[in-house]
Design a protein around this ligand. Sequence first.
Ligand SMILES: [Fe+2]
Ligand SMILES: [Fe+2]
Length: 448
Amino acid sequence: MNRIHRFSVLLALTTAAALAEPFDPSGILLTWQRDPTTTMTIDWHSIEGVGIELVNDLSVGHNLPVKIPVYTKVRPSTLEFRARGETGWKKAEGRSFPFPFKEDRKGSLHRDGYSHSFPPSGRTVHRVELTALASDAVYEFRFDDGGKIHHFRTLPKTLSREVRFAAGGDIGFGTWTERMNRIAASHDPDFVIWGGDLAYCDGAKERLGRWYDFFDSLKKSLVTAEGRTIPVLATVGNHEVQGGFHKPGAQPDEAEDARRLRLSPYFMSFFAMPGQPGYNVLDFGDYLSVILLDSGHLNPVGGAQAAWLDETLSRRAKVPHVFPAYHVPGFGTFRPLSDRYATVIREQWVPLFEKYRLAVVFENHEHNYKRTVPIRNMKPDATGVTYLGDGAWGAWNIGITDRENKWYLEKADSLNHFILVKLKGPEARFEAFNLLGDVFDRHRARRP
Ligand SMILES: [Fe+2]
Ligand SMILES: [Fe+2]
């Protein structure tokens, strides 16, 4: 065999091996749209699809005939799953939809802000909801024959074991976010709650690449040592929405769902929960309800949302653990109480939290750590509500202002953190972890 021939055989073998490589999604996101004791919603992302054609085109800038690669088909939205211990795989089929935007030099959209000379490329979101699962059970899933096997765990129907979750907000991506994700994952939480400001994309087409990095960080680091992928419950923050905050009447004839999708194309596409209209509640058996609220980004804080919150809390008066989570704090560490967005939260929601005697509420947005005193009627009161926050999972720290006049701050420090919540019987325990993996604050609560 001459040298050239040997080289082409080798090349052919290498190419065949590369094409036979099992499919590995560019992003994986687990969440719930319904009952976390019997369902799981699995999202995964693929870069373009299968089968390539070379098509005639005109070059950008030079307008000369060229041939560019184009995928002929989107990948099928199928995965296989089984309960741990079972040998046979079951197939589940879902649906797919394109990423809100596609990298395309013609549209001047580049993932990193630079003009580059590569052909256009886009991604697809695939979504499957598995239902009728066993509770408190481990399941395996894979996207390809012979591909990597991932795991998830459903929740128990009753609080028969300790249920744990990690709460925080202002997430980001890259080194520090991944380190925080790994520390959180090492405590084996059943899920995380992320209260807004996720990839810092502002719903902007030009910042598409930040979501690539966000999902890359998520896939690498929000996984336990045993390989269990941790589900995410997210709320919307100002950095998920064009303009940051809801403005009434911009395009009065537009349908509300369409308006929210236009202003927050990534958040509304990537997170099946909360889904439209941008706030929702998730009930875990008879012991826990998580309320994901929109602190004025896609919906007004008052009006329909406040009425819904009142109704939602009244129906859960006997649930031992009820936790609202949202982005903008009513009791901030950085901004003053007079801040207009904080004021509306205290006018519209805080009276409801007090009326229904909640123990703890999660707030974010100000990139510090805080634990307030229990508050009722704007005064410290042992029967009041404690606000934990203030959103610094992986984002930069902002710092605390006017500390001496902020009577409501029991503990405040400006550092990255998450809060590990452990539910056992009627009691919830809270531990705040820093980037060293150390606990620097603790709290215990139960609904009064
Ligand atoms: Fe933020
Ligand atoms: Fe924010």
